[in-house]
Design a protein around this ligand. Structure first.
Ligand code: FES
Length: 99
């Protein structure tokens, strides 16, 4: 049995379990969580989220994601949902492209 991680989507309080290492994008698609994707490649910001809990459980940022978030002066707890694999439990709030 693979180890499971729990993702809580806020503000809907939707709780989803998935095997450790699953991409957040796949979990969103499967669960129908309220996060919108655009490019799915880390360059548009449509999928920007705040990790309210478990930032350390997200896979490390790649260069493109880091550059994008730096460019918009995003807070350190913000990530691009299309770029994350989950290594443990997280609480996620959708932000999108706005401030
Ligand atoms: S969908 Fe474009 S950055 Fe994630």
């Amino acid at each position: 049995m693979p180890e499971l991680v729990r993702v809580r989507f806020l503000p809907d309080n939707l709780l989803v379990e998935a095997p450790k290492g699953t991409s957040l994008q796949a979990i969103v698609d499967h669960a129908g969580a309220d996060i919108t994707f655009g490019c799915r490649g880390g360059s548009c910001g449509t999928c920007r989220v705040r990790i309210l809990r478990g930032l350390e459980n997200c896979s490390p940022m790649g260069g493109e994601e880091r550059d994008f978030l730096r460019g918009m002066e995003a807070d350190a707890d913000q990530r691009l949902a299309c770029q994350i694999r989950l290594l443990g439990d997280v609480d996620v709030e959708y932000l999108g492209v706005g401030l």
